[in-house]
Write a protein that binds this ligand. Structure first.
Ligand SMILES: [Mg+2]
Length: 336
Protein backbone atom coordinates (compact mmCIF):
# COMPACT_ATOMS: atom_id res chain seq x y z
CA UNK A 1 0.00 0.00 0.00
CA UNK A 2 1.18 3.49 -0.77
CA UNK A 3 0.17 6.80 0.77
CA UNK A 4 -1.60 7.83 -2.42
CA UNK A 5 -3.95 4.82 -2.03
CA UNK A 6 -5.35 6.06 1.29
CA UNK A 7 -4.64 9.82 1.10
CA UNK A 8 -3.38 12.14 3.81
CA UNK A 9 -6.57 11.85 5.87
CA UNK A 10 -6.80 8.08 5.52
CA UNK A 11 -3.24 7.89 6.80
CA UNK A 12 -4.02 10.12 9.79
CA UNK A 13 -6.94 7.84 10.71
CA UNK A 14 -4.58 4.85 10.69
CA UNK A 15 -1.99 6.43 12.99
CA UNK A 16 -4.43 8.18 15.33
CA UNK A 17 -5.10 5.19 17.70
CA UNK A 18 -2.96 5.15 20.88
CA UNK A 19 -1.49 8.61 20.23
CA UNK A 20 -3.34 10.01 23.24
CA UNK A 21 -2.35 7.98 26.30
CA UNK A 22 -2.52 10.74 28.94
CA UNK A 23 -5.58 12.84 28.11
CA UNK A 24 -5.40 15.15 31.19
CA UNK A 25 -4.92 18.71 30.06
CA UNK A 26 -5.36 17.90 26.37
CA UNK A 27 -8.27 19.89 24.98
CA UNK A 28 -7.81 18.85 21.32
CA UNK A 29 -5.60 16.10 19.94
CA UNK A 30 -5.24 15.24 16.22
CA UNK A 31 -8.02 16.61 14.02
CA UNK A 32 -8.28 20.42 14.16
CA UNK A 33 -6.19 23.27 12.77
CA UNK A 34 -3.98 23.02 15.86
CA UNK A 35 -3.68 20.69 18.82
CA UNK A 36 -4.67 22.43 22.05
CA UNK A 37 -3.63 21.85 25.63
CA UNK A 38 -4.30 23.61 28.88
CA UNK A 39 -1.67 25.95 30.27
CA UNK A 40 -2.30 28.22 33.25
CA UNK A 41 -5.68 29.46 34.45
CA UNK A 42 -8.10 29.92 31.60
CA UNK A 43 -5.34 30.04 28.96
CA UNK A 44 -5.07 27.35 26.32
CA UNK A 45 -2.03 26.66 24.15
CA UNK A 46 -2.63 25.82 20.47
CA UNK A 47 0.33 24.18 18.69
CA UNK A 48 0.58 23.59 14.97
CA UNK A 49 3.23 22.32 12.59
CA UNK A 50 3.60 22.40 8.81
CA UNK A 51 6.26 21.15 6.44
CA UNK A 52 7.16 22.50 3.02
CA UNK A 53 9.02 20.12 0.72
CA UNK A 54 10.86 21.10 -2.43
CA UNK A 55 9.14 19.87 -5.65
CA UNK A 56 5.97 19.06 -3.68
CA UNK A 57 5.12 22.53 -2.33
CA UNK A 58 7.62 24.77 -4.09
CA UNK A 59 10.26 24.89 -6.82
CA UNK A 60 13.49 26.38 -5.57
CA UNK A 61 14.26 28.03 -8.89
CA UNK A 62 10.79 29.64 -8.98
CA UNK A 63 10.65 31.17 -5.50
CA UNK A 64 13.06 33.40 -3.60
CA UNK A 65 14.29 32.26 -0.21
CA UNK A 66 12.61 35.28 1.36
CA UNK A 67 9.21 34.39 -0.10
CA UNK A 68 9.59 30.73 0.81
CA UNK A 69 10.50 31.51 4.43
CA UNK A 70 7.70 33.99 4.78
CA UNK A 71 5.12 31.55 3.40
CA UNK A 72 6.38 28.63 5.50
CA UNK A 73 5.65 30.69 8.60
CA UNK A 74 2.43 32.22 7.22
CA UNK A 75 0.73 28.83 6.73
CA UNK A 76 1.43 27.95 10.36
CA UNK A 77 0.15 31.29 11.62
CA UNK A 78 -3.00 30.72 9.61
CA UNK A 79 -3.73 27.59 11.67
CA UNK A 80 -3.35 29.55 14.92
CA UNK A 81 -5.63 32.23 13.42
CA UNK A 82 -8.26 29.54 12.77
CA UNK A 83 -8.32 28.79 16.52
CA UNK A 84 -8.88 32.47 17.36
CA UNK A 85 -5.41 32.55 18.93
CA UNK A 86 -2.33 34.71 19.25
CA UNK A 87 0.87 33.21 17.82
CA UNK A 88 3.81 33.46 20.25
CA UNK A 89 6.80 31.20 19.55
CA UNK A 90 8.14 29.43 16.46
CA UNK A 91 10.60 26.55 15.97
CA UNK A 92 12.17 26.03 12.56
CA UNK A 93 13.77 22.82 11.29
CA UNK A 94 15.39 22.53 7.88
CA UNK A 95 16.92 19.70 5.88
CA UNK A 96 19.40 21.14 3.39
CA UNK A 97 20.80 19.52 0.23
CA UNK A 98 24.51 20.08 -0.37
CA UNK A 99 23.93 22.22 -3.45
CA UNK A 100 21.72 24.73 -1.65
CA UNK A 101 23.71 27.93 -0.98
CA UNK A 102 23.85 29.41 2.52
CA UNK A 103 22.69 32.72 1.03
CA UNK A 104 19.38 31.07 0.04
CA UNK A 105 18.96 29.73 3.60
CA UNK A 106 19.68 33.16 5.06
CA UNK A 107 16.99 34.59 2.81
CA UNK A 108 14.53 31.97 4.11
CA UNK A 109 15.17 33.17 7.66
CA UNK A 110 14.99 36.81 6.59
CA UNK A 111 11.51 36.15 5.16
CA UNK A 112 10.42 34.32 8.30
CA UNK A 113 11.77 37.02 10.61
CA UNK A 114 10.05 39.71 8.58
CA UNK A 115 6.62 38.10 9.10
CA UNK A 116 7.46 37.07 12.68
CA UNK A 117 8.26 40.69 13.55
CA UNK A 118 4.94 41.84 12.04
CA UNK A 119 3.09 39.53 14.44
CA UNK A 120 5.38 39.70 17.48
CA UNK A 121 6.60 36.10 17.29
CA UNK A 122 9.92 34.76 18.61
CA UNK A 123 11.91 32.14 16.72
CA UNK A 124 13.21 30.04 19.60
CA UNK A 125 15.07 27.21 17.94
CA UNK A 126 14.84 24.18 15.70
CA UNK A 127 17.11 21.73 13.95
CA UNK A 128 19.36 21.87 10.89
CA UNK A 129 20.32 18.71 9.07
CA UNK A 130 21.44 17.48 5.64
CA UNK A 131 19.25 16.15 2.86
CA UNK A 132 20.16 13.88 -0.08
CA UNK A 133 18.28 15.88 -2.68
CA UNK A 134 15.47 18.22 -1.62
CA UNK A 135 15.14 21.18 0.70
CA UNK A 136 12.62 20.67 3.51
CA UNK A 137 11.39 23.42 5.86
CA UNK A 138 9.31 22.48 8.89
CA UNK A 139 7.90 25.04 11.30
CA UNK A 140 6.09 24.59 14.59
CA UNK A 141 4.19 27.50 16.12
CA UNK A 142 2.99 27.73 19.72
CA UNK A 143 0.14 30.12 20.44
CA UNK A 144 -2.13 31.27 23.22
CA UNK A 145 -5.89 31.76 23.50
CA UNK A 146 -8.44 32.19 26.29
CA UNK A 147 -10.57 29.10 26.83
CA UNK A 148 -13.76 31.13 26.41
CA UNK A 149 -12.60 32.44 23.02
CA UNK A 150 -11.13 29.40 21.27
CA UNK A 151 -12.70 28.31 17.97
CA UNK A 152 -12.94 24.68 16.84
CA UNK A 153 -14.11 22.93 13.69
CA UNK A 154 -16.80 20.95 15.47
CA UNK A 155 -18.92 23.83 16.79
CA UNK A 156 -21.02 24.76 13.72
CA UNK A 157 -24.77 24.79 14.34
CA UNK A 158 -27.74 24.38 12.02
CA UNK A 159 -28.74 27.76 10.57
CA UNK A 160 -25.30 29.38 11.07
CA UNK A 161 -24.18 31.81 8.38
CA UNK A 162 -20.89 30.76 6.72
CA UNK A 163 -18.46 33.65 6.21
CA UNK A 164 -15.10 33.99 4.44
CA UNK A 165 -12.70 36.72 5.60
CA UNK A 166 -11.41 37.30 2.06
CA UNK A 167 -11.30 36.46 -1.65
CA UNK A 168 -11.29 32.82 -2.71
CA UNK A 169 -9.51 31.38 -5.74
CA UNK A 170 -6.79 34.02 -6.19
CA UNK A 171 -4.06 31.72 -4.89
CA UNK A 172 -5.06 28.95 -7.31
CA UNK A 173 -4.89 31.42 -10.18
CA UNK A 174 -1.43 32.52 -9.02
CA UNK A 175 -0.30 28.90 -8.88
CA UNK A 176 -1.59 28.41 -12.44
CA UNK A 177 0.55 31.34 -13.60
CA UNK A 178 3.64 30.11 -11.77
CA UNK A 179 3.29 26.43 -12.81
CA UNK A 180 2.76 27.38 -16.45
CA UNK A 181 5.57 29.93 -16.26
CA UNK A 182 3.29 32.69 -17.50
CA UNK A 183 4.88 36.08 -16.89
CA UNK A 184 2.97 38.18 -14.38
CA UNK A 185 3.68 41.39 -16.21
CA UNK A 186 0.31 43.06 -15.66
CA UNK A 187 -0.93 44.35 -12.31
CA UNK A 188 -3.83 41.90 -11.95
CA UNK A 189 -1.53 38.94 -12.71
CA UNK A 190 1.06 40.23 -10.22
CA UNK A 191 -1.65 40.45 -7.56
CA UNK A 192 -2.66 36.80 -8.13
CA UNK A 193 0.93 35.57 -7.96
CA UNK A 194 1.35 37.61 -4.77
CA UNK A 195 -1.80 35.98 -3.32
CA UNK A 196 -0.23 32.57 -3.90
CA UNK A 197 3.30 33.36 -2.75
CA UNK A 198 2.66 35.79 0.10
CA UNK A 199 -0.62 34.88 1.81
CA UNK A 200 -1.58 37.08 4.75
CA UNK A 201 -2.35 35.02 7.88
CA UNK A 202 -5.65 36.27 9.36
CA UNK A 203 -4.54 36.36 13.01
CA UNK A 204 -6.18 39.68 13.81
CA UNK A 205 -9.35 38.68 11.96
CA UNK A 206 -9.45 35.34 13.83
CA UNK A 207 -9.19 37.03 17.24
CA UNK A 208 -11.77 39.63 16.25
CA UNK A 209 -14.28 36.96 15.18
CA UNK A 210 -13.53 34.79 18.22
CA UNK A 211 -14.38 37.71 20.51
CA UNK A 212 -18.10 37.30 19.66
CA UNK A 213 -20.01 34.48 21.37
CA UNK A 214 -22.09 34.23 18.17
CA UNK A 215 -19.04 32.91 16.27
CA UNK A 216 -19.21 29.13 16.50
CA UNK A 217 -16.74 27.22 14.26
CA UNK A 218 -13.68 28.17 12.25
CA UNK A 219 -11.10 26.70 9.86
CA UNK A 220 -8.56 28.26 7.53
CA UNK A 221 -8.82 27.67 3.79
CA UNK A 222 -5.73 25.64 3.00
CA UNK A 223 -7.13 22.65 1.09
CA UNK A 224 -9.87 24.62 -0.71
CA UNK A 225 -13.30 26.01 0.18
CA UNK A 226 -15.29 22.81 -0.33
CA UNK A 227 -12.65 20.60 1.30
CA UNK A 228 -12.28 22.84 4.35
CA UNK A 229 -16.00 23.45 4.73
CA UNK A 230 -16.23 19.66 4.44
CA UNK A 231 -14.00 19.36 7.52
CA UNK A 232 -16.34 21.65 9.48
CA UNK A 233 -19.34 19.60 8.27
CA UNK A 234 -17.75 16.29 9.18
CA UNK A 235 -16.58 17.45 12.60
CA UNK A 236 -19.80 19.30 13.44
CA UNK A 237 -22.05 16.61 11.87
CA UNK A 238 -23.97 19.10 9.77
CA UNK A 239 -24.51 19.94 6.10
CA UNK A 240 -23.89 23.22 4.27
CA UNK A 241 -25.18 25.14 1.28
CA UNK A 242 -22.99 27.58 -0.66
CA UNK A 243 -24.62 30.45 -2.52
CA UNK A 244 -22.69 30.64 -5.80
CA UNK A 245 -23.81 34.25 -6.42
CA UNK A 246 -22.14 35.32 -3.19
CA UNK A 247 -18.73 33.67 -3.61
CA UNK A 248 -16.06 36.36 -3.09
CA UNK A 249 -14.42 36.51 -6.53
CA UNK A 250 -11.85 39.26 -6.81
CA UNK A 251 -11.77 41.54 -9.86
CA UNK A 252 -8.28 40.14 -10.56
CA UNK A 253 -9.58 36.57 -10.58
CA UNK A 254 -12.41 37.51 -12.94
CA UNK A 255 -9.94 39.16 -15.37
CA UNK A 256 -7.64 36.14 -15.16
CA UNK A 257 -10.47 33.70 -15.87
CA UNK A 258 -11.64 35.80 -18.84
CA UNK A 259 -8.11 35.82 -20.21
CA UNK A 260 -7.44 32.09 -19.82
CA UNK A 261 -11.00 30.77 -20.32
CA UNK A 262 -11.20 29.30 -16.83
CA UNK A 263 -14.16 29.14 -14.44
CA UNK A 264 -13.75 31.52 -11.45
CA UNK A 265 -16.41 29.63 -9.46
CA UNK A 266 -14.47 26.39 -9.82
CA UNK A 267 -11.27 28.17 -8.74
CA UNK A 268 -12.98 29.59 -5.65
CA UNK A 269 -14.62 26.28 -4.69
CA UNK A 270 -11.63 23.99 -4.98
CA UNK A 271 -8.56 26.20 -5.36
CA UNK A 272 -6.87 25.99 -1.95
CA UNK A 273 -4.11 27.95 -0.21
CA UNK A 274 -6.23 31.10 0.13
CA UNK A 275 -5.55 31.17 3.90
CA UNK A 276 -8.70 33.17 4.54
CA UNK A 277 -10.78 32.00 7.50
CA UNK A 278 -14.14 30.28 7.16
CA UNK A 279 -16.29 30.92 10.19
CA UNK A 280 -19.84 29.92 11.04
CA UNK A 281 -21.89 32.49 12.95
CA UNK A 282 -25.26 32.44 14.68
CA UNK A 283 -27.65 34.21 12.26
CA UNK A 284 -28.85 36.46 15.09
CA UNK A 285 -25.37 37.97 15.44
CA UNK A 286 -24.19 37.68 11.83
CA UNK A 287 -25.28 41.09 10.56
CA UNK A 288 -23.68 43.00 13.44
CA UNK A 289 -20.42 41.04 13.23
CA UNK A 290 -20.19 41.65 9.48
CA UNK A 291 -20.83 45.36 10.02
CA UNK A 292 -18.17 45.66 12.73
CA UNK A 293 -15.71 43.58 10.69
CA UNK A 294 -16.06 45.94 7.75
CA UNK A 295 -15.64 48.97 10.03
CA UNK A 296 -12.50 47.50 11.65
CA UNK A 297 -10.78 45.97 8.64
CA UNK A 298 -12.01 48.23 5.85
CA UNK A 299 -13.16 45.29 3.73
CA UNK A 300 -16.22 43.07 3.77
CA UNK A 301 -16.78 39.83 5.65
CA UNK A 302 -18.34 37.71 2.90
CA UNK A 303 -21.46 35.68 3.73
CA UNK A 304 -21.23 32.73 1.36
CA UNK A 305 -23.68 30.15 2.65
CA UNK A 306 -25.47 28.46 5.48
CA UNK A 307 -25.11 25.42 7.73
CA UNK A 308 -27.92 22.92 7.08
CA UNK A 309 -29.38 19.72 8.46
CA UNK A 310 -28.80 17.76 5.24
CA UNK A 311 -25.39 16.32 6.12
CA UNK A 312 -24.24 17.04 2.55
CA UNK A 313 -22.64 20.00 0.79
CA UNK A 314 -24.79 21.73 -1.82
CA UNK A 315 -24.34 24.67 -4.15
CA UNK A 316 -27.19 27.00 -4.93
CA UNK A 317 -26.71 28.31 -8.45
CA UNK A 318 -27.88 31.74 -9.62
CA UNK A 319 -31.12 30.21 -11.00
CA UNK A 320 -31.95 28.91 -7.52
CA UNK A 321 -31.28 25.25 -8.35
CA UNK A 322 -29.46 23.07 -5.82
CA UNK A 323 -26.70 20.62 -6.72
CA UNK A 324 -24.71 18.34 -4.49
CA UNK A 325 -20.94 18.95 -4.31
CA UNK A 326 -18.56 16.27 -3.13
CA UNK A 327 -15.97 18.16 -1.03
CA UNK A 328 -12.69 18.15 -2.91
CA UNK A 329 -9.39 19.88 -2.61
CA UNK A 330 -5.72 19.55 -2.26
CA UNK A 331 -4.42 16.24 -0.98
CA UNK A 332 -0.65 16.14 -1.32
CA UNK A 333 -0.53 12.41 -1.91
CA UNK A 334 -3.41 12.22 -4.34
CA UNK A 335 -2.79 15.37 -6.32
CA UNK A 336 -1.59 14.41 -9.76
MG1 LIG B 1 -5.76 24.57 8.81
Amino acid sequence: MQLKDIGEFGFIERIRPDCLIRPEGVVRAIGDDAAVFRSEGDRLTPVTTDMLVEKIHFLRDAVSGFTLGRKALAVNLSDIAAMGGTACQAFVSIAVPEACPVEYLEEIYRGMKHLAAEHGINILGGDTTGSKSDLVVNITVVGSVAESKILFRDAARIGDVVFSTGWLGDSRAGLHLISNRIAGDEDFLKALIEAHLSPQPCLREGRFLASFPATHAAIDVSDGLTADLGHIMENSRVGARLDIRRLPLSPELRCFCDRFALDPVEMALSGGEDYTLLVTVDPAGAGEIARQFEADFGRPLFAIGEITTTGILERMDPDGSLQRIVPAGWDHFRAG
